[in-house]
Design a protein around this ligand. Structure first.
Ligand code: AMP
Ligand code: MG
Length: 479
């Protein structure tokens, strides 16, 4: 099957016209393919090389339609930095339709009814970041939208000076957001709310169809899925940067990548988004914000479910699901296969030591994965080694209670502790090259993004330590 032979359906258009804007993409000038992910293409049942599909660029650029495609933008609202905005919507993303359970969307495809003051475009810089991080999150085992292809163009847009516009073709089993429900609640449209909930159940939670209290059950699933995704963010040191309710997917996966970052040195107070002056979306704050966002979703759903029961469910499950997912994965990263009473305090002590030591978070775990008593390799990564040195005393004692060999522990730890993390400094290097029309790094980055736990000796340069001037930098959210 070729990409250009796909046949799409548009189930979202069976909802009332208030849900969307039927809109045609506005093509970019002189579009060209920069990168493709064959791995993402597999999701659509494509087995032919998509980079050889001559129609690909035309389809991304809206010059050619896939069979069955009826382009549209979705309407939603959202809490942005805690303040409710009654109408947002896809201001620059245009949905093409659905195939194999994946909704295709071209981001940066031009103006829609929801563009407000925006130009409907996305710049190369942010599109390249979204393309790579979508695939990298998947590579790490974190639920995410995916990216099939990235095109560049000769169209100029103004952001940080003049920049070139680009388009990413992204895929997700759902593009419904918490904010989609917030829109219909605020608009005083309880029937639409119910139609949307039925649509979401069909699309994302079909096992709930024809069950009692299905909307409450749907809400319970959203709570669980969100808690699990956020736990994984915290486990791998991912800071999303803009956790507005319009950027929260109804199936809990990570979507809408903006000024995101992976932690360099372990600093729980890190805030990747330069515009976030209050630190609302700091790394440490993410679980609490997810909880708050879920409480807003409960409110939005209140006309169609028992609001008190939903809030009770949130209190009863979010923290537990989050904690159990988080500790389960962290113990794996630490190489603990048996359970001991003091493991949680060992984990907390480790985090405190990492913070005091000033050490690269993910590099620490990679080194810990091959640790067998020689401390220098780990301690050399730290600015202040004494805290970790002391923690390793406790860790050594704890390892003695494990009943597997060092080798077995190393093997299992290397499977969960990535060697390759898409740090901002490396993305920045790829962006600067791309802006000079050298796209050579992108292929390499995509390769390691999809297999971050493996060794790639020829791509060692992508696993280098973050240069001092780039450590935990803040990013602009202009995109
Ligand atoms: P974001 O923070 O990127 O998720 O965007 C927030 C809202 O602004 C969404 O409704 C976007 O569709 C919209 N938006 C962002 N950038 C643009 C743009 N350049 N043109 C039109 N709408 C935009
Ligand atoms: Mg968004």
């Amino acid at each position: 099957m070729k990409f250009s032979d796909l046949k799409l359906t548009t189930p979202y258009l069976s909802l009332a016209p208030l849900f969307y804007d039927r809109v045609e993409p506005t093509p970019l000038e002189k579009p060209f393919v920069i990168a493709t992910s064959q791995d993402a293409a597999k999701l659509l049942g494509i087995n032919e090389d998509i980079s050889l599909d001559e129609e690909l660029v035309k389809i991304l650029n809206g010059e050619r339609r896939l069979k069955g495609s009826q382009p549209f933008a979705m309407c939603y609202a959202g809490h942005q930095f805690g303040y409710f905005v009654p109408r947002l919507g896809d201001g620059r993303a245009i949905n093409l339709g659905k195939v194999n359970g994946q909704n295709l969307q071209i981001k940066g495809a031009g103006l829609t009814l929801y563009s407000r003051q925006g130009d409907g475009r996305a710049v190369l810089r942010s599109s390249l970041r979204e393309f790579l991080i979508s695939e990298a999150m998947y590579g790490l085992g974190i639920a995410t939208s995916r990216a099939l292809a990235l095109i560049g163009s000769d169209t100029d847009v103004t952001r940080q000076g003049w920049e070139k516009a680009a388009i990413v073709l992204r895929l997700s089993p759902t593009w419904v957001r918490f904010g989609t429900f917030e829109y219909f609640n605020a608009a005083g449209e309880p029937e639409k709310l119910q139609q949307l909930a039925d649509y979401v159940i069909d699309e994302s939670y079909p096992e709930l169809k024809n069950t009692q209290e299905k909307y409450l059950k749907m809400y319970a699933k959203v709570v669980q899925n969100t808690a699990k995704t956020i736990a994984k963010w915290q486990v791998y040191g991912f800071n999303h940067g803009v956790m507005n309710t319009d950027n929260m997917a109804i199936d809990g996966r990570t979507i809408d990548y903006g000024p995101f970052a992976f932690l360099d040195t372990y600093d729980p107070n890190y805030i990747c988004n330069r515009s976030d002056t209050q630190g609302r979306y700091s790394f440490r704050g993410q679980p609490g914000i997810a909880h708050w966002n879920l409480s807003q979703l409960a409110l939005a759903l209140s006309p169609i479910l028992n609001h008190e029961a939903a809030l009770e469910l949130l209190e009863d499950t979010f923290g537990d699901v989050y904690e159990s997912e988080y500790t389960h994965l962290m113990y794996k990263r630490m190489g603990l296969q048996t359970k001991e009473e003091k493991d949680l305090s060992l984990l907390k002590l480790m985090l405190r030591s990492l913070e005091q030591s000033v050490i690269d978070y993910n590099a620490f775990f990679r080194k810990l994965s091959v640790y067998s008593g020689k401390r220098n390799e780990i301690l050399d990564l730290a600015l202040h080694y004494e805290y970790l040195d002391r923690w390793l005393d406790t860790y050594d004692a704890r390892l003695e209670k494990e009943n597997h060999t060092d080798e077995q522990r190393h093997t299992s730890m290397l499977e969960v502790n990535p060697k390759y993390i898409l740090k901002n400094h490396i993305l920045q290097e790829a962006i600067e090259k791309a802006q000079k029309e050298d796209f050579s790094m992108i292929k390499d980055l995509l390769h390691v993004a999809l297999a971050p736990f493996d060794e790639h000796p020829e791509l060692e340069y992508l696993a280098q330590q973050t240069p001092l001037q780039f450590k935990n930098i803040k990013l602009s959210c202009s995109s």
